[in-house]
Design a protein around this ligand. Structure first.
Ligand SMILES: Nc1ncnc2c1ncn2[C@@H]1O[C@H](COP(=O)(O)OP(=O)(O)O)[C@@H](O)[C@H]1O
Ligand SMILES: Nc1ccn([C@@H]2O[C@H](COP(=O)(O)OP(=O)(O)O)[C@@H](O)[C@H]2O)c(=O)n1
Ligand SMILES: [Mg+2]
Length: 235
């Protein structure tokens, strides 16, 4: 049911072109048209001419599964723009925006922020980027997140990565993260793991059924994990 990096589909493994180009070719202008018309509605000024079909990768996995770490490696090696939903929400808190206090209260309890708030932040970040390759990390974290993204932005992700990691390992990593995050403590990590199992795993299953999911073993060193990720993006 899962796609694995070791068993890329023949369509993907036989071509000399990168997955990025192959997927763009497969989805072609259809997605970009949907995507750009949504952006036009919001900007009222249209999209910049000459932009190509965006390649959107959702990056899923429990807290501490290594999403952010591997996204940094993908950015370095393949030129993606990394949009972490959690970072975008934390920026709202630290900039004392209108929704900052509400977001803080939800994050500190390990719950999920109302989808429209998160999707609007993602949409703004995509619009303000010149890039056409995005890693959207920690999103969608629920079916409601996913449906709201589809309603507001409209474009399907090209592929979805899922870092699969045992709970004990995720807990250990989160408690050693050392970034001073309000939600990186034993009680809240337990709550986040529950939220992940109840609300996020259904999203993982949804993309598995659609044939878009790459399940990656999230154990081992950062280098070992990246060598599992690399073939997904490399030529
Ligand atoms: N393979 C790994 N082995 C050990 N520690 C790791 C590994 N990958 C990431 N980490 C560390 O674990 C913590 C959580 O990683 P992070 O990338 O922030 O995960 P996520 O974004 O999924 O919550 C960070 O402190 C990171 O440096
Ligand atoms: N799509 C999202 C992503 C994050 N969040 C909130 O932000 C918190 C931190 O998300 P994160 O992606 O930075 O967390 P990690 O998985 O990286 O540990 C989550 O526990 C949620 O409270 C959310 O509500 N909706
Ligand atoms: Mg993260």
């Amino acid at each position: 049911m899962w796609r694995r990096t070791t068993s890329l589909s023949p369509l993907f493994s036989s071509s000399k072109h990168s997955l990025l180009n192959r997927t763009r070719a497969a989805y072609g202008l259809r997605i970009w048209k949907m995507f750009s018309s949504e952006i036009q509605n919001v900007e009222e000024g249209g999209t910049s001419p000459g932009r190509t079909t965006p390649f959107i990768t959702f990056v899923l996995g429990g807290p501490g599964s290594g999403k952010g770490t591997q996204c940094a490696r993908i950015v370095e090696n393949f030129g993606f723009t990394h949009l972490s939903a959690g970072d975008l929400l934390r920026q709202e808190i630290s900039s004392y925006s209108e929704n900052g206090a509400m977001i803080y209260n939800i994050i500190k309890d390990g719950k999920i922020v109302p989808s429209e708030v998160t999707v609007n932040l993602i949409q703004k970040a995509i619009q303000s980027s010149e890039n056409d390759k995005f890693l959207i990390d920690g999103f969608p974290r629920s079916e409601e997140n996913r449906l709201t993204y589809e309603r507001i932005i409209g474009a399907e992700p090209s592929i979805v990565l899922f870092f699969d990691c045992p709970q004990e390992e995720m807990v250990k990593r989160v408690l050693n993260r050392g970034q001073g995050r309000v939600d990186d403590n034993e009680n809240i990590v337990k709550e986040r793991l529950k939220v992940f199992a109840a609300l996020s795993l259904p999203v993982v299953n949804y993309y598995a059924k659609k044939g878009k999911l790459y399940k990656i073993d999230g154990t081992g060193t950062e280098d070992e994990i990246f060598e599992r990720v690399r073939p997904i993006f490399a030529t």
